[in-house]
Design a protein around this ligand. Structure first.
Ligand SMILES: [Zn+2]
Length: 474
């Protein structure tokens, strides 16, 4: 059976055939590294980690590129006298990596930072100007804009009409139409020289959208298989990426996928509402493997709702899996299970394979996992040793694909040592930020960090020798 994937652009399920037989190229928009990772970031990275595992299990070689947006209005806005934008971006990038590794999310094949591809972005902008799809502002701003009016297909990704998309800022700084978007931003007074690169249009920095067009084609080529990202990136980010790439003559992504977001008590997570669930919140509320099971059990296109009991329910469901594995281990069945790297389709039930082939239908795949556990438990109860052994092999194979086999290397090492190391890195990073906020007399931010940590069960003690933290015992 063929792999089927839902394409955002065609709004339909289609058979997936890689451009190069046997290989998959996948570009995913990574975070703007401005503040600590939250549940939505982890969910997005986890979705593409699952895609990658499944592709590998089916025998494909995967190249996964996920960028880091390190230069942006937001990283500049977050800088303080004690911490320049580049130090902030790097600190937050490390927090993201700690959180990813806590959840067993493998690093991508490559993780380019935007600041590492400025020449490629400038080449793309020059090409767009040459082809009549971009213009340098006639004023002194040094800005360069994409001319949406010159590209009749603008709106083809999200099926919007031009008038729906004119939600950008009103024309200013040499911009001709509200729908036009910045490719290059001239250096503004007060912006540090470290955030400005010389260019044919004066010193400045790239706009956000051009980064991803330049980095995806730099590492994956002018045409690649899949472009992924969170649903909130469809417009304007991905619409603009598509327009500028096609206008530059690139075929660009052949399939667009978008993962659902995470909501809390029915509301989209947002800093302004203050309902953000951070990586620290999740990792203090449950074991990392349970957090991965919880965030990785939904269909990638649906919204995950975090309710008060979500993690407890996930922990209860996961303990059923662990109980079965312990039973299998006592019966000496796990020793005979050969771990394969990467996992293959051998030992997987048909229902699991069919579910994953059908647009990565993880809920159905998890149902197949629990069915195998039920069958295995019945086999143990009735002494059917062959059936019990088969169930143990199947369950192990499915857990390996989903990245939640407690006996796999990433989770072994005692009582979740990986999770504890990651948690320590994340909390230490927040304490650094709090110390800096206090140094800059931003006491509101410092208190906010203390409250966030307290709500996650992390107690801070300030002493003349610095701040220390302990986990509140439940
Ligand atoms: Zn992007």
């Amino acid at each position: 059976m063929n792999q089927r994937i839902y394409d955002t652009q065609t709004q339909a399920l289609g058979d997936f055939a890689p451009l190069v037989p046997g290989e998959v190229s996948l570009y995913v928009c990574g975070p703007t590294v401005q503040s600590a990772p939250h549940a939505g970031h982890l969910r997005s990275a986890l979705v593409y980690d699952q895609f990658r595992s499944w592709f590998e299990a089916t025998g494909l070689r995967v190249t996964l590129v996920r960028n880091v947006t390190d230069i942006d209005d937001k990283t500049l806005a977050g800088a303080t006298p004690d911490e320049p934008w580049w130090a902030l971006a790097y600190r937050v990038e490390r927090e993201f990596n700690a959180a990813y590794s806590a959840l067993g999310i493998r690093p991508p094949t490559y993780e380019p930072r935007a600041t590492g591809s400025i020449p490629e972005m400038q080449e793309l902008i020059s090409l767009l100007i040459e082809r009549g799809h971009a213009y340098a502002a006639v004023d002194e701003s040094g800005d360069v804009w994409f001319d949406t009016g010159s590209w009749p297909s603008y709106g083809e990704l999200t099926h919007q009409r031009p008038e729906d998309m004119a939600e950008g800022e009103a024309p200013s700084r040499g911009k001709r139409s509200a729908a036009d978007f910045a490719l290059w931003k001239g250096q503004k007074p007060g912006e540090p020289d470290s955030a400005a690169w010389s260019s044919p249009w004066g010193s400045g920095r790239p706009g956000w959208h051009i980064e991803c067009s330049a980095m995806s084609t730099k590492y994956l080529g002018p045409t690649f298989d899949i472009h992924g990202g969170g649903r909130d990136l469809r417009f304007p980010h991905h619409e603009n990426e598509l327009a500028q790439s096609r206008a530059a003559g690139l075929e660009f992504a052949r399939t667009w996928v978008h993962n659902g977001l995470v909501s809390v008590a029915g509301q989209k997570m947002s800093k302004s509402i203050g309902n953000t669930v951070s990586a620290v919140d999740l990792l203090t509320a449950a074991r990392p493997i349970v957090v991965r099971y919880f965030l990785g059990s939904a269909h990638y296109r649906s919204t995950i709702e975090i309710g008060e009991n979500s993690l407890d329910e996930a922990a209860a469901s996961f303990s059923r899996i662990e109980a079965f594995l312990e039973r299998a281990e006592r019966a000496g069945l796990l020793a005979s299970v050969v771990e394969e790297a990467p996992p293959s389709l051998a030992n997987l039930p048909e229902a699991f394979i069919a579910a994953m082939n059908d647009d990565f239908a993880v809920p159905q795949a998890i149902a197949a996992l629990h069915e195998a556990i039920t069958a295995g438990n019945q086999a143990f109860d009735t002494g059917a040793s062959d059936a019990a052994a088969r169930a143990a092999r199947e369950v192990t194979a499915m857990l390996d694909i989903l990245g939640i086999n407690p006996r796999a290397e990433q989770w072994s090492g005692g009582a979740d040592a990986t999770g504890e190391t990651a948690l320590a890195a994340l909390v230490d990073a927040l304490l650094t930020e709090r110390t800096q906020a206090r140094g800059a007399k931003d006491f509101a931010r410092a208190d906010q960090i203390r409250d966030t940590l307290a709500a996650a069960g992390v107690q801070i003690e300030d002493s003349p020798n610095g701040s220390f933290w302990t986990l509140e015992k439940a």
